[in-house]
Design a protein around this ligand. Structure first.
Ligand SMILES: Cc1ncc(COP(=O)(O)O)c(C=O)c1O
Length: 375
């Protein structure tokens, strides 16, 4: 029995809704299913406006355009994140200022931020790692004090909360991913959520290639044309129809993922005795069971564990590689050592977590992990 790291879950309704989209004769973007999905997110999580995109990467690129990021503007973010978090701002000419993670969690250490802020700082991008919230009260009050924007990279954070507030609803802008590895997915997909009225109108223009086509279709202008910069950020109705099927099953998917997470948490608790650090969830936040990871004692231990599990046909993976040490950025980096980011880079391992993981598979995984540590 091969246990993959991920298996995208299909609710069974996806093809039915795709067929509906095809039969409607309207399969380009911004149609009925796009609207259904956007309304769902706005109503459930209270975002002022949502725009589906073809990826979280696209949503981050839209955020960078919306914030008017220009050559030399500084943007603070964690080094322990996916390439797109930084690349979206680099494309606009930003200078990336990497901050370290917390000692006990991959999220950005909010206590380091003030010392990194300069008159050139335009934005802080936080990443809610594994769907677990960054310390948003501190971050938002710092941003207010220094008049800078906050973007939430909520790629992994759908249906997760910070002191009761949905993640993605706290910063000025936020970006979600519906890539097939995420809780809710449509293969490749994403969304920009807007929480500040000033960005509402322009976001729609950027989304539609720099044109006011959306306003035209609403009958607000009698012709549409080129009014700003933008790109083709919107997904087709095929993707939106797929996503709608997933959204209808959001609670079912989340409940199942939380059960799997609980299994890992209970079964692996004993590993703390051998120095393994299990994921930390702070009192003020919820857990959307996006990911189950733990931090090994060393790189060698992690390499051995992944190999051992692989021999039992269990696929486990690691990520991210500190961006400040990446081949692209390495030569530009001038800051301090980011020891916690590097620590997670070399010691963090992710376990399979997908809807169809059954008890037999789960016990096989946790028993094999325990066996590795008994050896
Ligand atoms: C933190 C973070 N940001 C952005 C992305 C990019 O998401 P997408 O593949 O939807 O562009 C990812 C991908 O996993 C991610 O983990």
């Amino acid at each position: 029995m091969q246990i993959p790291f991920n298996k995208p879950y299909m609710t069974g309704k996806e093809t039915q809704y795709i067929e509906q989209a095809v039969n409607s004769g309207k399969i380009s973007g911004n149609g009925l299913f796009t609207k259904k999905c956007q309304d769902f997110f706005e109503n459930k999580y209270g975002f002022i406006k949502c725009l589906l995109t073809t990826s979280c990467t696209d949503a981050l690129e839209m955020a960078a355009i919306l914030l008017n990021i220009k050559q030399g503007d500084e943007v603070i973010m964690p080094s322990f994140t996916f390439v797109s978090t930084a690349n979206a701002f680099v494309l606009r000419g930003a200078k990336i200022i990497f901050a370290d993670s917390k000692k006990d969690h991959p999220n950005i250490d909010e206590n380091l931020l003030e010392s990194l802020i300069t008159p050139k700082t335009k934005a802080i991008v936080v990443v809610h790692y594994a769907g677990v919230a960054c310390e948003m009260d501190t971050i938002m009050s710092l941003a207010k004090k220094h008049n800078i924007y906050v973007v939430e990279d909520a790629a992994q954070a759908i249906d997760s909360f910070y002191k009761g507030k949905p993640l993605g609803s706290i910063g000025h802008l936020s970006a979600f991913s519906f890539h097939e590895t995420k809780n809710i997915q449509c293969g490749e997909g994403g969304m920009l959520a807007i929480n500040d009225e000033q960005f509402k109108e322009r976001a729609e223009i950027i989304w539609e290639k720099g044109t006011n086509r959306s306003a035209f279709f609403r009958g607000e202008v009698n012709k549409y044309g080129w009014v700003d910069i933008g790109s083709s950020f919107l997904p087709s109705e095929i993707s939106a129809a797929f996503l709608w099927a997933q959204l209808e099953s959001l609670d079912k998917i989340q409940n199942k993922r939380k059960e799997i997470y609980k299994h890992y948490q209970n079964e692996l608790k004993s590993l703390e005795k051998v120095g393994v650090c299990l994921p930390k969830i702070f009192d003020y936040e919820s857990n959307n069971a996006h990911m189950f990871y733990f931090v090994c004692n060393s790189l060698e231990e992690r390499t051995g564990l992944i190999k051992f599990l692989g021999e039992s046909k269990i696929h486990t993976v690691f990520h991210y590689l500190s961006l400040h040490k990446s081949p692209y950025f390495n030569n530009q980096y001038v800051g301090e050592e980011l020891i916690h980011s590097d620590n997670f880079t070399s010691k963090l391992v992710r376990l399979p977590l997908f809807f169809e993981l059954n008890n037999e598979m789960l016990y096989k995984i946790t028993n094999q992990i325990k066996l590795f540590y008994e050896k």
